[in-house]
Design a binder for this molecule. Sequence first.
Ligand SMILES: NC(=O)c1ccc[n+]([C@@H]2O[C@H](COP(=O)([O-])OP(=O)(O)OC[C@H]3O[C@@H](n4cnc5c(N)ncnc54)[C@H](O)[C@@H]3O)[C@@H](O)[C@H]2O)c1
Ligand SMILES: O=C(O)C[C@H](O)C(=O)O
Ligand SMILES: [Mg+2]
Length: 471
Amino acid sequence: MQGTSLDRKTIILRLELSTKLANFSRAASTIEQAGGDVVAIDIIQTGKDRTVRDLTVKFGEGGSSEQIVAALDALEGIRVVNVSDRTFLLHLGGKLTVQPKTPIQNRDDLSRVYTPDVARVCEAIHADPAKAFNLTIKRNTVAVVTDGSAVLGLGNIGPHAAMPVMEGKAILFKQFAEVDAFPICLDTQDTEQIIASVKAIAPAFGGINLEDIAAPRCFEIEQRLREELDIPVFHDDQHGTSVVLYAGLLNALKLAGKRLEDVRIVVCGIGAAGTACTKMLLAGGARHIVGVDRDGILTADRSYAHPMWQWYAEHTNAERRNGGLAEAVQGADVFIGVSAGGILTRAHIQSMANEPIVFAMANPHPEILPEQAEDLVAVLATGRSDYPNQINNVLCFPGIFRGALDCRAPLINEPMKLAAAEAIASVVSEEELSRHYIIPSVFNQRVVEEVRRRVVQAAIDSGVARRRPHE
Ligand SMILES: NC(=O)c1ccc[n+]([C@@H]2O[C@H](COP(=O)([O-])OP(=O)(O)OC[C@H]3O[C@@H](n4cnc5c(N)ncnc54)[C@H](O)[C@@H]3O)[C@@H](O)[C@H]2O)c1
Ligand SMILES: O=C(O)C[C@H](O)C(=O)O
Ligand SMILES: [Mg+2]
């Protein structure tokens, strides 16, 4: 597997040095010889006999933390106490905290925040439950719910291991759209138990963002919760992804001078993301889509145990192609990967049509890395933030929930999703559009504002807004 992120190339070494025996400049040159570069030194403790220092070390392709530690261990008077990378340090104790909006400074505050006065507020909500939106955190809070069964492309790693991703999503909600989001990792992968758990916690939330729940159970869970709850329920890996994919593809096709109706599209990985992306493309007018999963191309010549694959086979691949990924990509204009890392080769891309568009969106390892394919393609995008053209659902979920919460929509419907996609695409102007800039950066502040504005309008136009937000 490829390296996950640039951060893995920076480590912090805690060294204990004997004042008599150790020679610090020797340590620094040893690190250099092992392929590292000391970029910062912090003195943690000094004593008569020993000093403790933290060294921030960067290393390039040739170096590794193991080599550096082994070289240091061989030096007299130096002990490597600890090696941590910056990503792990950033996760110590988790990434979130709960912050009260109002301090309690005296008895008077106490009796209003808590008993006795709080009781009047409870009674008001009891008399009119809609007041929960005005008088509790429900107004602005979304639950990010997973069962840990399809975490990024890492697979079924369970609820504990899923937490860092869900905490990360909560940060993105807050930072980009001022939505308070809370990570909820359920210790069950049973469809009925997940549905019951989400329904049971729903009173505290104004929306439910389902995350990293594997197909096919994600389809039933989302559909049932949409029917049974009166707040938006949105499976991010399906709809967030399809919205951003659609936005990116609209712009990439503009650049390539091709039309959605004409291009041959391969979707690789027919799970949550692949199915939703295909539905959005079909709704947008795409006519030539072929889906391929581990067992090959989905075709109406075969029958499938799961109804979603059956549906898929019946609504795509009109030519009834057969075979695997190699057969699927032959002559295709567009490759959309939402499957697994490293499965697309240069030879695959060379067999595609002229000026191919490749969206290798598996996380954290894309189907092919940009450096391996860039010379062969018209446009290449990944889901990652360390390459250009990041097609990632983070461009969608903060703004779409901001809009839905602001107009108190009970659901996120198709017009709202389409409006979000058009909003994202529109942030890149015709003049700005280039092969390395088909989709705006997540840091472009216009994204959330534009998505929110158009989503609210689409909710009003489609009759689902329960309030008109002030501009
Ligand atoms: N960039 C983004 O915004 C974004 C959003 C959602 C998902 N993703 C990525 O897409 C991938 C799938 O996510 P999901 O939520 O749909 O998961 P999922 O588990 O619902 O679906 C994954 C599908 O990929 C198939 N697959 C696995 N290995 C394959 C292979 N070698 N060849 C063909 N098919 C293969 C699986 O059989 C499954 O049907 C993950 O890597 C995830 O990180 C990216
Ligand atoms: O989490 C991401 O970066 C995108 C997406 O939700 C995924 O599961 O890969
Ligand atoms: Mg996800």
